[in-house]
Design a protein around this ligand. Structure first.
Ligand code: 7RM
Length: 647
């Protein structure tokens, strides 16, 4: 088997705007390189120095203990995450600074200052204690994007309970499996949540889920929608009764540096979800440090990460990273197109957002909905844009820069995973010249490489496997209850080296280009093609909004290339466009990547966090009637429509 062939060429470069660089935490590539060299020259000294920026009850004895692949960071130290996110700010001028500005989907707005947030966290912590929850217990959090979600996470941290947030869009079954896997003691939920104007019945789902979860003895219920719910005596408690009545004083529990802060389940490509375990000090350090440097965060910023707290991006860049830095974060409950496709731009205009962080899937939807929606709003408050979740196609990047960023804002394309806890490969906006589609360079202390199948370094320009060859503080520690799976999944492909599962290449400048998941690589006549490059060639056609390519078994070529394509709103795809797109790909990258079939569709199957599920498209392209596990699919009707479209 060969490595991955890289075929797409992209040569645009955007240096940081001088005015941005002049005020940035890191203002030049030289400054970045000097700090990066130092971080890898003596990682333990670097991380010890950085750990001084946290508040500790007791300092660590030892920076790192590495018994590959098991790491312990800052052993001997004790601290509390909620103290770092709240208490240390309320003793400064920040006590009356807005910590969270929240907007509900119906348009209601709430602001919580650091002082108010700390009081609410303490009350919630006391309410949890009264329910019998203490250090080491696991607590499920199944909430919409309301301030209480952040409060609940911090309240768990305050008493040393380990939270497991389950995305509010997941089913009762998914919730049940996760609560059982973690043997949770309590669940925090709401009567419902708003999504595109309708109410998601969260409490009813909890009731159904808990039928099969003997470990849960208490449920705390936020009243959000006012919908009628059943309350079970002795088990269920209203937030507005118990939390509101509780004392706002709750001393923080000092916990060990390696105490598990949270479990977050990630659905692997197959089989049961893995409970990724993150611990206290290393995770907090990683999320805090990256938030400060990658987003060049300052006290007068209004920072908005659009991720749901059900995903790791919501953990690290809605809650822990911004609050650890004393920032003002915007939180929004609902859909980007409710009541109209300009909701995000309206939010940015009204709240004067300065830093905006979202996903390529959202950006491609905005492109498709049309430029008239952002054009209705004044986006001049923005100074920095970010993206995460999938490779971003260069044309979507260019659109983001021009239409949202007014050709003025740097873009940080941040590569990382649930497992890495924090951003790993990213530009620093005042230092790194950016290239559309590239995550550019590693963050401090991160040592990634592109290797061939034998684990040898791949030459510049050659596609291969992305690996990380040194431990870092915010790395996952294990899979909850299944250390063998941890070893098997991440440390076996290249023994002793972390393998994230992505393909990548490094260019002559040392920039990383993520080429997609290696499971999705397509084998055409001996060439191994990453999905990102062919998809980007398709998306660079003016009429294409989104594309996903997969392989279909082919007697002659091994695999034939099948492209699923969504066109811009209002366009009618036809035979002529199909022929044009094939020629367009040949023109952009060469005959090897010419799609054998192009199938137009109005939507692609995606996970609930917006990642294209190529695995399902492979089954459809192969004409299989039943497709693999679809439990993480966002919209089931997409599959039915794709099948109907079959010619
Ligand atoms: C944060 C998050 C992780 C996977 C990862 C990649 C893909 C994420 C980028 C990206 C290219 C990026 N966690 N991915 N960010 N690919 N460029 N900037 O998404 O655990 O849900 O997913 O997402 O494949 O391995 S995650």
């Amino acid at each position: 088997m060969s490595d991955i062939d890289s075929i797409l060429k992209e040569s645009r470069v955007f240096p940081p705007p001088p005015a941005f660089a002049a005020n940035a935490h890191v203002g030049s590539l030289d400054a970045y390189r000097a700090m990066y060299q130092r971080s890898l020259g003596d990682p333990e000294a670097f991380w010890a120095e950085q750990a001084e920026t946290l508040q500790w009850f007791r300092k660590w004895d030892r920076v790192l203990e590495w018994k590959a692949p098991f790491a312990r960071w800052f052993d001997g130290g004790t601290l509390n995450v909620s103290v770092n996110c709240l208490d240390r700010h309320v003793v400064t001028w920040r006590r009356n600074k807005a910590a969270l500005i929240w907007e509900g989907e119906p348009g209601d707005v709430r602001t919580l200052t650091y002082r108010q947030l700390l009081d609410e966290v303490c009350r919630c912590a006391n309410a949890l204690k009264a329910m019998g929850v203490g250090k080491g217990d696991r607590v499920g959090i199944y909430l919409p994007m309301v301030p209480e979600a952040a409060v609940a996470m911090l309240a768990c941290a305050r008493i040393g309970a380990t939270h497991s947030v389950v995305f509010g869009g997941f089913s009762a079954e998914a919730l049940r499996d996760r609560m059982n896997d973690a043997t949770a003691k309590a669940v925090i939920t709401a009567d419902g949540g708003y999504r595109r104007g309708s109410v998601v019945p969260l409490k009813a789902n909890v009731d159904a889920a808990l039928e099969g979860v003997p470990s849960v003895t208490g449920v705390l219920v936020v009243r959000r929608t006012g919908s009628a719910v059943a309350m079970r005596d002795g088990r269920d408690h209203w937030w507005h009764e118990t939390v509101d009545a509780a004392s706002p004083d709750c001393p923080a529990e000092p916990v060990e540096a390696e105490h598990p802060l949270f479990i977050l389940y990630t659905s692997g490509t197959t089989g049961k979800p893995k409970g990724v375990v993150h611990t206290t000090a290393g995770y907090l350090l990683g999320s805090a440090l990256t938030t400060r440097y990658v987003f060049d965060l300052k006290d007068d910023d209004t920072y908005w990460c659009t991720a749901d707290i059900g995903w790791v991006t919501g953990h690290s860049y809605v809650v822990y990273g911004p609050l650890a830095n004393g920032a003002t974060a915007l939180m929004y409950e609902g859909a980007p197109n409710h009541p109209q496709p300009d909701r995000f731009w309206s939010l940015i205009e009204r709240h004067r957002v300065t830093i905006f962080y979202t996903a390529p899937t959202a950006i491609r939807a905005f492109v498709r909905w049309g430029d008239e929606w952002p054009a209705k709003h004044d986006l001049a408050s923005l100074r920095l844009l970010g993206t995460v979740g999938e490779p971003i196609n260069p044309e979507a990047w260019m659109w983001y820069r021009r239409v949202i960023g007014g050709d003025r804002c740097p873009i940080v394309d941040t590569w990382w995973q649930t497992e890495t806890g924090a951003i790993m490969i990213t530009p620093l906006p005042g230092a790194t010249p950016t290239k559309p589609g590239s995550g550019t360079l590693p963050f401090f202390g991160v040592s990634p490489e592109v290797v061939d199948q034998k684990g040898h370094p791949a030459p510049p320009g050659a596609g291969g496997y992305l690996v990380i060859n040194k431990p870092w503080p915010s790395m996952l520690r294990t899979v909850w209850g299944d250390p063998d799976r941890y070893v098997e999944q991440y440390w076996k492909r290249f023994p002793g080296i972390y393998f994230p599962g992505d393909g990548a290449r490094r260019d002559e400048d040392g920039y990383f280009w993520i080429m997609g998941r290696v499971d999705d690589v397509i084998n055409v006549a001996g060439h191994r093609l990453g999905t990102m490059e062919v998809e980007s060639a398709l998306v660079s056609h003016a009429l294409v909004a989104e594309a996903a390519v997969v392989g279909r078994p082919d007697d002659l070529k091994g695999q034939a290339l099948v492209a699923f394509v969504t066109v811009q709103a209002g366009e009618k795809p036809d035979e002529a466009l199909r022929a044009q797109l094939k020629e367009h790909v040949v023109h952009e990258i060469g005959a090897i990547a010419r799609p054998d079939d192009i199938r137009f569709t109005d939507a692609l199957p995606k996970t609930r966090s917006g990642k294209i599920m190529r695995r399902l498209l492979r089954d459809i392209a192969a004409g299989k009637q039943t497709v693999g596990d679809t439990t993480t699919l966002e919209d089931y009707s997409v599959l039915a429509r794709l099948r109907e479209d079959e010619e």
